[in-house]
Design a binder for this molecule. Structure first.
Ligand code: S3P
Length: 165
């Protein structure tokens, strides 16, 4: 991978990842999409039929399979939180970009999204606490952190390209 995007749900990983890949003329790989292909079912159905633990196992396997491919990788919000994934992300020595957004921005972007199984059960307090809980792992592997509130995807991609240069 040329770059890996990490960050909480709704921080813009997929939107920015697609645009960054386009600018770099590289394939964009979305980890959740790959998991969906491997499992043959939507993420929400993996969670409801097999549980989060099974999803995390698949997520780990797919991360290891994709990390050495060429392209830009958008991970899931929980990917770096698993110790073995964090280890793999650090070991790969690929630029890891953390996209940050305020809780209100995230709530606005993801509320009512039926495809995100963890969203339905989260109110603002839970979201803030889950986000806070994940910060250490996010920062443990991030080479660059970008605040996305109020910036367009194009502006964020410009910042990433400047960093990669
Ligand atoms: C998750 C985030 C989702 C997806 C799954 C779990 C999480 O990805 O991997 O629903 O634990 O935060 P997005 O960050 O793309 O929504």
């Amino acid at each position: 991978m040329k770059a890996i995007l990490i960050g909480f749900m709704g921080s813009g990983k997929t939107t920015v990842g697609k645009l960054l890949a386009k600018q770099l003329r590289l394939p964009h790989i979305d980890l959740d999409d790959q998991i969906t292909v491997v499992a043959g079912t939507a993420i929400k159905d993996i969670f409801s039929q097999h549980g989060e633990h099974y999803f995390r196992q698949l997520e780990h396997e797919v991360l290891l399979d994709t990390i050495s491919q060429d392209g830009v990788l958008s991970t899931g919000g929980g990917t770096p939180v698993q110790a073995e994934n964090l280890k793999a992300l650090k070991k790969a020595e690929i630029p890891v970009i953390l996209l940050e957004a305020a809780a209100d921005t995230i709530l606005e972007r993801v509320s009512g999204d039926s495809q995100r199984p963890l969203v339905n059960s989260l109110n603002k307090t839970d979201l803030v606490s889950l986000k806070k809980h994940r910060q250490p792992q996010y920062h443990a592997c991030a080479d660059l952190t970008i605040k996305t509130d109020g910036s367009s995807p194009e502006e964020i991609v410009t910042q990433i390209l400047n960093y990669l240069d």
